[in-house]
Design a protein around this ligand. Structure first.
Ligand code: ADP
Ligand code: MG
Length: 697
């Protein structure tokens, strides 16, 4: 395979544009994209025709506006290029109008009441900053999805708005640092994507995996992840075949798949691309997830993207490596070699520290889903408490700055920002702590809380916005300073002192941290119903609307959608458990008990010792009784939840699902899992954890 040759082969990228568009069109298009202006229709017509020709040559018959509704996955509606002629034939056509705007029937996408309040229709609009690409026989055009009155109905629109906010705030502030040559500041993300691969045949026997994406029952296998023999281990041949296939498809789509390895848990793997703008990387990550699933089918696997497919085994995250860079090639989170670079770096560093401290609740809310609740705050990383890890070296510097005296490495007694150079600190030593939800890793921050299935859009939208807000606050304090240097020194010192509580370099998994964090006044929003409503707090509504990212109405509708999704998810899980317990698990146990009893009768006639049969039958019968009782209790709770839907708010129902239904589900699972470990394997109706996790050849 010639990678440079296939890379981006299915993308209408710069290269293709330059080749296929008239020079003047290409230039105008670039300018329109750079300035973020709407596309002129004549220009759109030329671009559309070129795109269509290119796509048709590559075998496309259809085009689709590809968008990201609030379901968290992507949506597409395909239209063919055909257009009838007067003599009964068809020609292939694609107009500028069709390129820039589409009108999918939007009424079935979650809108949290937005469309009821405003307009029933929605439209999709081309996002020319993300290239069109080919999937199957369709030309896919990345688009934003809005209501006719302009409310965002998707995840892309707020993300683009947040990128603009960060750009705006940065440009203003950087001018004060004399960085006048900077014309654009971009937020970037490199999302590390974790996933599980299980055998498709085994998967197809598990209703819970099929319907809920995670196992709802399952006794632990004799072996778990305790030997730590999977992480970075040799990749099995079949898995390797899958990864190679996936890489090739990603490369064809211009997605820079770079790193792949086995993860900590058995059957768990990871793929990381090279980082890109938060917008493009988010689009790419959506495609990555889609292709991971599709490719799995070809190789006899099922790809599980659920945040916690197996109890007692590490869940899957999506580490969002985030940085801010300029069009002049400066990474603003990279400690530089000169005093002025160092001043900008420290300013951004403390801006992030303050943003994360001030808006820890928003960050937590941005990653809250029913599935991710099993990771955050459960017995694994990272905790639900948001904190920042800086690493020893940087921490020392920050401490010293706050106290006004200076890091050891320097001979003088105070370090002046913008005058002194930061002491070098080794980059790799910054990444030792894997328990932190938000870690500085040398020249970027790694937000580790997002779950594997989550779109990057939500958390990146929040991060971009809250940092933009703090940069604005800094600008206000610095803009009229008599002595910029002094003002900056004071600002950095004061900001660190006021926001120090968010910095934690210890073990984020320990119980001590929970106590310590509480003392520091940090939030511990353990569950989705705890986290989501914080979007509606005044300070949060204010910052998001002030920067034009979400209007208040949009936020209200989003809260509604997210809580509703939580309720529906747990409802499906509960119903699936009831079904499995009733129709499969109890009958399986009964049939084993019957066989045991038959054996006992025969054995008794022979005068044999019946201890084993008796004990097993007694234990299983008692567990079956417990199971049945728990099953009934869960059914009753489900009835209650349905009843509540008539009068209670979505938030109240979410609380009920969290406090009561999840509890009852655990009570049903416990005896069922015990029965699994007592029952003969051939009786058990589902592939076990052992089979799912270890039998992939
Ligand atoms: P690790 O597992 O050690 O955290 P990986 O190599 O798996 O590291 O992933 C690191 C991710 O961070 C990659 O997606 C990489 O492209 C991304 N990354 C590297 N530098 C930056 C940067 N300046 N801004 C954003 N992301 C970055
Ligand atoms: Mg990482």
């Amino acid at each position: 395979m010639n990678i440079p040759e296939i890379f981006g082969a299915d993308v209408f990228n710069e290269n293709v544009m330059q080749e296929r568009l008239p020079k003047s069109t290409y230039k105008s298009l670039k300018k329109t994209i750079r300035d973020g202006k709407p596309l002129d229709i004549d220009l759109a017509n030329v671009v559309a025709a070129a795109m269509k020709d290119w796509a048709v040559e590559k075998g496309c018959t259809h085009y689709t506006h590809w968008f990201q509704p609030m379901t968290g996955i992507t949506a597409e509606k395909h239209d063919s290029f055909i257009s009838p002629t007067s003599d009964g034939r068809v020609i292939m056509e694609f107009s500028g109008k069709e390129l820039v705007k589409g009108e999918p029937d939007a009424s079935s996408f979650p809108s949290g009441g937005l469309r009821a309040t405003f307009e029933a229709r929605g439209y999709t609009a081309w996002d020319p900053t993300s290239y069109a690409f080919i999937k199957g026989k369709s030309l896919c055009i990345p688009t934003a999805f809005c209501s006719y009155t302009g409310e965002a109905l998707d995840k892309k629109t707020p993300l683009l708005r947040s990128m603009e906010a960060l750009d705006r705030s940065s440009l203003r502030l950087l001018k004060l640092f004399g960085m006048d040559d900077v014309k654009r500041v971009t937020a970037n993300v490199g999302p590390e994507q974790e996933y599980f691969l299980v055998d498709r045949e085994m998967y197809s026997h598990r209703k819970d995996l099929i319907l809920a994406g995670r196992t709802l029952f399952g006794a632990p296998a004799p072996k778990g992840q305790e030997l730590e023999d999977h992480y970075f281990g040799t990749i099995k041949t079949r898995v390797n075949g899958y990864m190679e296939d996936l890489d090739e498809q990603l490369w064809r789509l211009g997605i820079t798949s770079k790193t792949k390895h086995n993860e900590v848990a058995p059957a768990q793997h990871e793929m990381a691309p090279i980082f890109n703008t938060t917008n493009i990387a988010t689009d790419h990550n959506q495609l990555v997830m889609e292709l991971m699933k599709r490719t799995a089918r070809k190789h006899g696997f099922k790809c599980l993207l659920h945040e916690k497919p197996f109890e007692g085994i590490n869940g899957s995250g999506k580490h969002n490596n985030w940085s801010v860079s300029t069009d002049t090639g400066v990474n603003l989170l990279d400690p530089g070699k000169t005093p002025s670079e160092n001043a900008v770096f420290l300013t951004y560093l403390v801006a992030v520290i303050k943003a994360v401290n001030d808006y820890q609740d928003l960050l937590r809310a941005s990653v809250a889903t029913a599935g991710n609740d099993h990771r955050l705050g459960a017995n694994e990383a990272p905790p639900a408490i948001i904190s920042i890890f800086l690493g020893d070296e940087l921490n020392e510097i920050v401490d010293a700055l706050a106290e006004g005296h200076k890091p050891e490495q320097h001979g003088k007694s105070t370090m002046e920002i913008g005058v002194d150079v930061l002491p070098d600190f080794p980059k790799d030593s910054t990444d030792r702590n894997r328990t932190s939800p938000f870690a500085f890793t040398g020249n970027k921050f790694e937000f580790r809380s997002p779950g594997s299935r989550l779109s990057c859009a939500g958390p990146m939208t929040i991060l971009n916005t809250i940092v933009a807000e703090v940069l604005d606050q800094f600008y206000e304090k610095l803009k009229d300073a008599e002595d910029f240097q002094d003002a900056l020194d004071a600002l950095i010192k004061e900001t660190i002192a006021e926001n120090k509580r968010i910095i934690f370099n210890g073990d984020g998994y320990s119980d001590n941290w929970v106590e310590e964090a509480e003392k520091r006044g940090l939030l511990n929003l353990r569950s989705t119903p705890d986290a989501i409503p914080v979007y509606l707090l005044d300070k949060n509504m204010e910052v998001l609307s002030k920067h034009g990212v979400y209007s208040r109405t949009e936020l209200e509708s989003r809260v509604e959608i997210l809580l509703d999704e939580y309720n529906k998810t747990i409802n499906i899980e509960a119903l699936t458990m009831i079904d499995m317990a009733k129709k499969d698990i109890l009958p399986a146990v009964m049939s084993y008990v019957k066989d045991l009893s038959d054996t006992a009768s025969t054995a008794q006639a022979l005068g044999a010792d019946l201890t084993v049969e008796k004990e097993l039958v007694t234990k299983l019968s008692s567990l079956a009784a417990q199971t049945y009782k728990a099953l009934t209790a869960l059914e009753e709770a489900e009835d209650k939840a349905n009843e509540m839907k008539k009068t209670a708010t979505t938030e109240e129902i979410a609380r009920f699902y969290h406090d009561v239904i999840l509890e009852r589900m655990a009570e049903l699972r416990a005896p069922a899992d015990k029965m699994e470990s007592l029952c003969g394997e051939k009786y058990w109706p589902y592939p076990t954890y052992e089979q799912l996790l270890f039998y992939v050849k």
